[in-house]
Structure formats: structure tokens, C-alpha cells
Design a protein around this ligand. Structure first.
Ligand code: PHE
Length: 480
């Protein structure tokens, strides 16, 4: 209706000077007119210019006086020609007594004695009320009157916004409905030839693009950045660094293809540090450094086999070897990256997962330091219920498995493994004899599951992950 009224009016008239007046004349709400004008202006059917006007509107008090009369007149009328006792007048007009008498005295309409109130004039006009009613009706009043009403807070100013409107370059008296989509029906009926399509608005803002989000796996472990990060950007590793350097014998079941993914292409590594390889062979075969070794025939071919690293300790062994090549200085390293195991996938196991590896090398380190570091690490993450269980690793002695209590599953869950690296591992590398290395390897997924109350590992990692989980989870719950 508003659209027809506007377009129709402009067919016969040059201009709508003031949409406010126009709305009133047509009996259409101004808001509706404004909405239609905005849309028609957007399509350039109209050319609309803003108009702003300062308008006076009545405050609540102003409205009241417009209806019942100003308090001074109300009060004056309550005073009979023969006068009245103050007390009685107050009882008669309790709500406006004070303000009414003030104004009436100021206007010299009444006289207030100690006890009596008397009229000073016979008749009064309610100019205040008249002005208020005039403003209510949109009529103009003198600026002196405006000031008076403003001072008494009976009116307040409001900016009124409207338009003056002319025909736009695309003006038509009746807007055709333009199509926004080409439909199957349009094609079948053939009416696509006649349809007028809506023009593309290349200036319209598109859907906001979605930004990247951090996976909770990453979020949970950002705190470990106090350590130096190890370079873990090689998923493919040789058996040598993954196993042999770690004093893991070549017959160890973990080195079986049932547990480890070996590479077909390239199946072997090309270079290894030969003199170090020789010392590793020696320590496996016959020991040294106070060890008896395993007493088996160590095979180079076995060490050369490429695999997908089964733990990030492969990287630790490379780092420690590199560290041993220079003058020793205490170090702490960490890494967070992917490892691979040929495992049956279930609620708590994946064939690909992530490990956090940490190690500290220094003189005089003990198992107590390791326990302390692990307690500190997990309690920062809100996991203070920890248990350590003696364990065995070929490369650590002593070794401890780490368990944490999962409130959701109501049981202890293994989250990692740790220990002190053996001399059979450290000394062939060339590290000083009095240097100890405490180290731990943790599944990244397990503690994250505990922290986030996730009881299926596949909800956290892999193709079944719900991406909205990643977006929903807050960055940090860590207390550093
Ligand atoms: N590499 C071990 C694992 O994969 C973890 C570990 C790291 C244990 C360092 C001891 C020392 O479970």
C-alpha cells in the first residue's frame, strides 16, 4: 500500500516534500513509508534526500498537564473567591500543591499568608496547557514558550528523520516483481525469456568468512612452549633412530610389522653416522659402559629399514646425539607431533595419534625430578589424580607408566610413559657420564579426552571429528 501510494503520487507530482506530512495525509505509518522508501531508493526508483527536524515532544509530566491543566491553574481554581486555609488547600490538591503554588505565586495569581490563601485575580488563562496541546498537535509555538516548558522539563527535543523524495532514474509507477532465481519451472515453462531478473548487487556484503580455529589438542598443550621445540617434521624415520639408538633389540616385538608400519618405497635409509652406528652395534651385541649388552648378532639391514615413526622418542634420540657432538649444556626439549602404530582401532586407540615428548638433560637429575615434573605438568592441566606404575622400556631405567583418573569413565586411564634414559643409550652418543636425562612420552589424545570429558578418541581425532567441537571449545583452561 505504501509503495503504491508513493509511486502513484510521484506519477502526478514532482516531489514528496516531507514524508512525515505525506504519511499523515495518506493515513499510513511513517515507519512503513520509510521502509518502502529505503528499498525503492536502493533500486534507484526514487531519489530520496534525508530531512532531519528537531521536534518537541511532551514528557510524561507534560502529557499530564496537557490533559488536566497546568498545576498553577489547577491550584488557582481550587482557591475559592473568599480564600481558603493553606492546610485545606494542601489537602485538596496534595500532588500539585507545592509546584502549583510556587508558579501561581510567581504569576501573581494568589497570595499566600501564614494561614490563608487568597486569589489576587479573578480569572487566569492556562497558557502552559495551551502550548503543550499545540506542540502535541505539531503546531509551532514561540521560542520564549519553548524555553519555559523546557526549563520545567515538560518537553524534550527529539530528532525526527524523514525524507524528501523525487523520481529516481529507474522510476516506474508500478514496480515489477523481479525474479531472484532462475528455477526449473521457469525453464520448463519457457517464461525465463520474459522474466526480469534482479540485478546482482556486487556491493552487498557476503556471508562472513569462517576463520580457522585451534583444535583442542593444540590448545591443551600450548603451555609447554617453555621448552625448546624439537624438529619433528619427518614422519618417516629409520629403524636405527626409532629403535636401535634407543637400545631396543632387533628381536623386540614392537619391531614386528604387526606393530609397526614399514615403508615399501623407499624401504631403507641412505645415511647414518657410521662411527656412532658402530658403537650402537657394540652395545647391543656385547655391551660396554658397564653393561653386558644383549649378546645377539646386530644386523645393519634391520637398522636401515624405514618406518613411520612409532614414537617421537626417535626425534629425542637424534637430538641427544646432536647435543652430544658439542660441549654439553643443560637442555629441555619438547615436541608435539604425530606417531603411527599398527593397532586395532577402538574407543581409546588409533593407528595414528599424537605424542607429547619432553626431556630434560642435566647433571644430577633423579627419578624424583621426573615425578615432580610430571605432577606439575598434569596439575596445571587440572589433573592432580595421578598414579605411577613401574614399567619397562628398553631405553629407560627406571621406567614408569603414568595413569590419570577419568571421572567420566570412572577409571584410571594410562596417559603416558616415562623414565630415565639408560647409559647404554646415552654413552654411545658421547654424552658425559654424569649427565642424566629424564624423559616422558604422553599421548596427546588421552589427557585431552580426560580434560574435555570425551570418552571416544574418534570424537577427537580422525575423519569423524565434529568440527563444531573445535570451534566451541575455549582456548584455555590452563592455570599458568
Ligand atoms: N616412547 C615412549 C612411548 O611411546 C614414551 C617414553 C618417552 C618413555 C620417553 C620413556 C621416555 O610410550
Amino acid at each position: 500500500m505504501a509503495e503504491e501510494a508513493i509511486l502513484g503520487y510521484l506519477e502526478k507530482n514532482e516531489e514528496i516534500l516531507d514524508t512525515g506530512k505525506f504519511a499523515e495525509e495518506k493515513g499510513i505509518s511513517h515507519d512503513e513509508i520509510v521502509n518502502v522508501i529505503k528499498s525503492l531508493n536502493g533500486f534507484r526508483l526514487l531519489d530520496a534526500q534525508d530531512i532531519k527536524k528537531e521536534r518537541w515532544v511532551l514528557t510524561e509530566e507534560g502529557e499530564m498537564y496537557a490533559k488536566d491543566g497546568s498545576p498553577e491553574v489547577q491550584l488557582f481554581l481550587a482557591v475559592p473567591p473568599e480564600g481558603i486555609a493553606r492546610e485545606d488547600l494542601q489537602k485538596l490538591k496534595p500532588s500539585i500543591y507545592k509546584i502549583g503554588s510556587q508558579q501561581a505565586i510567581k504569576n501573581k495569581w494568589i497570595e499566600m499568608g501564614k494561614l490563608q490563601v487568597a486569589r489576587k485575580v479573578d480569572h487566569v488563562d492556562d497558557k502552559v496547557r495551551d502550548s503543550l496541546i499545540q506542540l502535541q498537535n505539531g503546531e509551532a509555538i514561540g521560542s520564549g514558550d519553548i524555553d519555559g516548558l523546557k526549563r520545567r522539563k515538560l518537553i524534550s527535543s527529539q530528532i525526527w528523520k524523514g525524507y524528501s523524495v523525487k523520481k529516481g532514474p529507474k522510476y516506474t509507477p508500478k514496480r515489477k516483481k523481479v525474479a531472484t532465481d532462475l528455477t526449473r519451472e521457469n525453464l520448463q515453462r519457457g517464461d525465463w525469456k520474459e522474466i526480469e531478473f534482479k540485478e546482482y548487487n556486487f556491493l552487498a556484503k557476503g556471508q562472513p568468512t569462517e576463520g580457522g580455529c585451534l583444535h583442542p589438542l593444540l590448545k591443551a598443550w600450548l603451555l609447554y612452549l617453555l621448552f625448546e621445540e624439537m624438529p619433528t617434521n619427518n614422519f618417516v624415520e629409520s629403524s636405527f633412530w626409532n629403535f636401535d639408538a634407543l637400545f631396543q633389540p632387533q628381536q623386540h616385538p614392537a619391531r614386528d610389522s604387526h606393530d609397526t608400519f614399514f615403508l615399501k618405497e623407499p624401504s631403507t635409509t641412505r645415511t647414518l653416522p657410521e662411527d656412532y652406528v658402530e658403537r650402537v652395534k657394540q652395545v647391543h651385541e656385547s655391551g660396554g659402559y658397564g653393561s653386558r649388552g644383549y649378546g645377539y648378532e646386530w644386523k645393519r639391514e634391520e637398522a636401515n629399514k624405514n618406518l613411520l615413526r612409532t614414537h617421537t622418542t626417535a626425534v629425542s634420540s637424534r637430538m641427544l646425539y646432536a647435543l652430544a657432538q658439542g660441549t654439553f649444556a643443560p637442555k629441555s626439549y619438547y615436541s608435539i607431533d604425530r606417531v603411527f602404530r599398527n593397532e586395532a582401532v577402538d574407543r581409546t586407540h588409533l593407528a595414528e595419534f599424537h605424542q607429547i615428548e619432553g626431556l630434560i638433560c642435566d647433571r644430577g637429575l633423579t627419578l624424583g625430578h621426573l615425578i615432580g615434573v610430571l605432577h606439575d605438568f598434569f596439575s596445571r592441566l587440572g589433573m592432580s589424580k595421578l598414579k605411577f606404575k613401574p614399567a619397562y622400556n628398553p631405553y629407560t631405567e627406571p621406567s614408569m607408566e603414568i595413569f590419570s583418573y577419568h571421572e567420566g569413565l570412572q577409571k584410571w586411564v594410562e596417559i603416558g610413559n616415562s623414565g630415565m634414559f639408560r647409559p647404554e643409550m646415552l654413552l654411545p652418543m658421547g654424552l658425559p657420564e654424569d649427565v642424566q636425562v629424564i624423559a616422558w612420552g604422553l599421548s596427546l589424545e588421552r589427557p585431552t579426552m580426560i580434560l574435555y570429558g570425551i570418552d571416544n578418541i574418534r570424537d577427537l581425532f580422525g575423519h569423524k571429528v565434529d568440527l563444531s567441537l573445535i570451534k566451541r571449545n575455549p582456548l584455555c583452561r590452563l592455570g599458568i
